[in-house]
Design a protein. Structure first.
Length: 451
C-alpha cells in the first residue's frame, strides 16, 4: 500500500481525505498511465449510490478529459459491471467510484485495465509517483494538457448495462421458475439490477433496501447487516435470501430457515456442484487463510483440492490466473468465477448459487450443512494507527498466549484491514464461548497499545 492506494483503490472520507482536488489529480494521473500512447483514449466510469459519487465523478472525469481522454458515464452500476463493460466496450480503462461495504461517508476510486482486471502493484505505484508530483509541485505538472478539439468528450453509456445483464443470464442454463427469493440491495449498486436479473430468469422476487436516497447505502442492510433479510425470508416463507454490498461485488445468502450462508459455504456449495458437473478446473478452489477450518475439511472430503492465499481478492485472483483455476474467493462473500468475469461479482455468484440449489433439488440449508463449520469469532478493533501492530511485543505476547491455549484444536489470525483503521482478530476452535474470551483478551491488549 502507498500513500494514496490501499488494498482496493483509493479510499477515504469523501470531501475530507478523498477530496475533489485529489479526484481530479487521480483522473489525470490514472488516465495518463493507463492510456499512454493511445489516440483518442476511451475510459468508462461507473459509481454506486452514495451522495458523494456525483461530486467525485465530476472531478475525476474532468481530470480525464484534461489529458484528452473520452469518457463514457455508466451511471449507477456494480463494480463487476464496470470490469465487464470495460472489456465489452473495448475501453482503454475502467473506473468505479465506490467504497463497497464501507460506511456512507466514505468513498473510493478504483481502476481497471483494458483487460478488466484490477491494476498491478507496479501500475498503481506509477500513478502514485505522478500523484506525489501533482500534489507537491503542481507548477511542474508532467502530464500533457491538450487544447482545442483534442480535449476529451463525455458520452452516456448507461444503456450498455443491459449487455452486462445479458452476459450474466448467459452463464447459466437453468431457469429459476418456482423459486421465491428475497433480495437485499443494500440501497446500493444492485438495488435495481439484481431484482431485474432474477425476475428475467423466472424467479418470484421480493425486495428490501432498494430505495437509495444517497445516504442510506449499507445502513442496517446489505451483506454486512443481514438481520432484516433473515427476518424477511422467514416471514415470507421464501426459498432463500440474497444480500449484496454497496457495489455488489460480494454476496451473502440466507437459507429458508433464516440462517446466514457465508462466502465459505457459498463457495463450497458451488465448488461441489461444479465438481459433480465436471466444471471445476483441476478440481481445485482458491481461497484465503481466513476460510473456516471446516471449509478445508469438507472440501477435502468432497475430493476438492484447495489453494490458500493471503487475505485479499487480488491474491486470490493472482493464484487463480497462475494456476489456471476457475473458482475462488473469500469468506466475506467476494467470489470469483473467472470464466465469466475478471473480479468478484455478487450477482454472478447469486445466480451460480441458485443454479446449484435448483439443479440439486435440495434446500439451501441442506446444501449449506454439507460443509461442517467450526465456531469462529471475529472482532474488529478500531485503532488510531495500524502501524507497528505486528512488531509490538505486548500484542505479540497476547496472541501467542491464545495460540498456545488453542493448540492444534484451533487457530488465531490477526491482521490489519486494508481499507479502514481496524485490526481484525479472528479465532476458531471447538468452543464458541472460549473463543469469545480469547478474542476479547487480544482485542483489549491491541486497544490499550494502539487505541
Amino acid at each position: 500500500m502507498g500513500k494514496f492506494f490501499g488494498t482496493d483503490g483509493v479510499r477515504g472520507v469523501a470531501n475530507q481525505q478523498l477530496t475533489p482536488e485529489l479526484a481530479f489529480r487521480l483522473g489525470r494521473a490514472g488516465a495518463y498511465v493507463l492510456t499512454r500512447g493511445k489516440t483518442s483514449p476511451f475510459i468508462v466510469v461507473g459509481r454506486d449510490t452514495r451522495l458523494s459519487g456525483e461530486l467525485l465523478e465530476s472531478a475525476l472525469v474532468a481530470g480525464m478529459l484534461s489529458i484528452g481522454a473520452n469518457v463514457a458515464r455508466l451511471d449507477i452500476v456494480s463494480t463487476p459491471g464496470v470490469a465487464f463493460l470495460t472489456r465489452h466496450l473495448k475501453a482503454d480503462a475502467g473506473v468505479m467510484i465506490s467504497a463497497s461495504h464501507n460506511p456512507f461517508p466514505d468513498n473510493g476510486i478504483k481502476f481497471f485495465g483494458a483487460d478488466g482486471y484490477k491494476l498491478l502493484d507496479e501500475t498503481e505505484a506509477e500513478i502514485e509517483r505522478l500523484l506525489e508530483i501533482l500534489e507537491k509541485d503542481p507548477a511542474n505538472d508532467p502530464i500533457p494538457r491538450p487544447i482545442g478539439k483534442e480535449i476529451g468528450r463525455i458520452s452516456d453509456e448507461s444503456d450498455s448495462i443491459d449487455a452486462y445483464l445479458e452476459h450474466l443470464k448467459s452463464t447459466i442454463d437453468t431457469d429459476l421458475c418456482g423459486m421465491h427469493i428475497v433480495v437485499d440491495g443494500a440501497n446500493g449498486a444492485a438495488y435495481e439490477l439484481a431484482p431485474h436479473l432474477l425476475r428475467d430468469l423466472g424467479a418470484d422476487v421480493t425486495t428490501i433496501a432498494v430505495n437509495p436516497d444517497g445516504v442510506n447505502i449499507n445502513v442496517d442492510c446489505g451483506s454486512t447487516h443481514p438481520e432484516r433479510l433473515q427476518q424477511e425470508v422467514v416471514r415470507q416463507g421464501a426459498h432463500l435470501g440474497l444480500a449484496f454490498d454497496g457495489d455488489a461485488d460480494r454476496l451473502i445468502a440466507v437459507d429458508e430457515k433464516g440462517d446466514v450462508v457465508d462466502g465459505d459455504q457459498i463457495m463450497f456449495i458451488c465448488a461441489r456442484y461444479f465438481k459433480l458437473k465436471g466444471l471445476l478446473a483441476k478440481d481445485t478452489i482458491v481461497t484465503t487463510v481466513m476460510s473456516n477450518f471446516g471449509f478445508f475439511k469438507s472440501t477435502g472430503e468432497a475430493g476438492i483440492a484447495t489453494e490458500r492465499t493471503a487475505v485479499g481478492d487480488r491474491y486470490v485472483m493472482e493464484k487463480m490466473r497462475e494456476g489456471g483455476y476457475n473458482l475462488g474467493g473469500e469468506q466475506s462473500g467476494h467470489i470469483i468465477f473467472l470464466e465469466h468475469n475478471t473480479t468478484g461479482d455478487g450477482m454472478l455468484s447469486a445466480i451460480q448459487l441458485l443454479r446449484a440449489v435448483k439443479d440439486e433439488g435440495e434446500t439451501l440449508s441442506n446444501l449449506k450443512d454439507k460443509m461442517h463449520k467450526f465456531p469462529q469469532v471475529l472482532k474488529n478493533v478500531r485503532v488510531s494507527s495500524k502501524e507497528g501492530w505486528d512488531t509490538n511485543p505486548v500484542i505479540q505476547q497476547a496472541i501467542q498466549a491464545v495460540v498456545d491455549a488453542l493448540g492444534e484444536e484451533g487457530r488465531v489470525l490477526v491482521r490489519p484491514s486494508g481499507t479502514e483503521p481496524l485490526i481484525r482478530v479472528m479465532a476458531e476452535g471447538p468452543n464458541h464461548a472460549q473463543l469469545e474470551k480469547y478474542v476479547l483478551q487480544i482485542a483489549e491488549v491491541i486497544l490499550r497499545q494502539l487505541g
